[in-house]
Design a protein around this ligand. Structure first.
Ligand SMILES: O=C(O)CCC(=O)C(=O)O
Length: 276
């Protein structure tokens, strides 16, 4: 569904837009079942190493990053030539105290562009009770705020990185989403989320899109999927398209691609917490 003028203005001014209807409940429910079937085969959870670059493991997620319903609004915000850099699962079980501290992804991803966006799709209800995302309007502009590594076990972020100044809780905005809805935020926007006190798991998948002129400026090698338009820059090695879930060739590529992301996320970190 196309964004209207007001939504585009809001994204440019505040750094986020939501809710965007993407999948109907049945379609989102079917994807959730596929994810949970895989979790069921491996002891009820994804391995930390399966949370990132997951479109190389799950064919249905590779289909999703190429889905017109997701890419049309993304194109309205960042232009016609689009790479998908990463996909990450954010799963909080019932009663989980897992949280995400206030942070800006610009600080950690090693990407040169200020136009990178995160599209976050809800595969179960993301409510205030279940720990949906909160954002700090306007923080996508200006300097990156100061962060400190706090290494909290319950923090879903690699190093428990947290903004130490510049977030005013009273001005923060919750972004609740129904099943099948998505939010989009600029990756510099400060965001966070709380624990899950709802009677269902909170399952989201984030998809990180960027214009093709983006470069990886921290890591020596990185990969991305060209999901729309053409890439005349060639700054990222193209990711293979999996033929099926856990396709052997894509899995081999995933091992290298996810490791490259980890190297960037943990650069200069005191501890490798192995959360991704
Ligand atoms: O899922 C969450 O609660 C946080 C997600 C997040 O930090 C992100 O998508 O960048």
């Amino acid at each position: 569904m196309a964004l209207n003028t007001e939504q585009i203005e809001q994204f440019n001014r505040d750094g986020y837009v939501y809710p965007i209807e993407v999948l109907d409940r049945d379609e989102a429910g079917a994807l959730r079942r596929r994810l949970e079937a895989q979790e069921g085969k491996q002891g009820g959870r994804l391995e930390p190493g399966q949370r990132s670059k997951s479109h190389l493991l799950f064919k249905w997620l590779d289909d999703l990053i190429r889905d017109k319903r997701i890419l049309d609004p993304v194109e309205q915000l960042i232009g016609p030539n689009i790479l998908c850099w990463n996909t990450i699962f954010w799963i909080k079980d019932i009663g989980s105290e897992s949280f995400v501290s206030w942070h800006q992804d610009t600080r950690y991803w090693g990407l040169s562009s200020d136009q990178v966006v995160t599209a976050w799709l809800a595969l179960s209800p993301a409510s205030i009770e279940s720990g949906c995302m909160r954002v700090m309007p306007g923080t996508h502009e200006g300097a990156v705020l100061p962060h400190e590594d706090r290494y909290d076990q319950a923090n879903m972020l690699t190093r428990g990185q947290e903004i130490t100044a510049g977030v005013d809780d009273k001005r923060a905005v919750y972004m609740p989403l129904e099943v099948g809805e998505m939010s989009i935020h600029n990756y510099r926007l400060a965001h966070a989320s709380g624990p899950n006190h709802a009677p269902d798991r909170r399952i989201g998948v984030s998809m990180h899109f960027m214009p093709t002129d983006t470069r990886q400026i921290v890591g020596s090698w990185d990969s991305a999927a060209l999901v729309r338009g053409s890439d005349s820059y060639g700054n990222f090695t193209p990711t293979p398209v999996p033929a099926a879930d856990f396709d052997a060739e894509a899995m081999a590529f995933h091992a290298r691609a996810a490791e490259a992301v980890r190297e960037v996320l943990y650069v200069d970190a005191a501890v490798n917490t192995q959360k991704l």
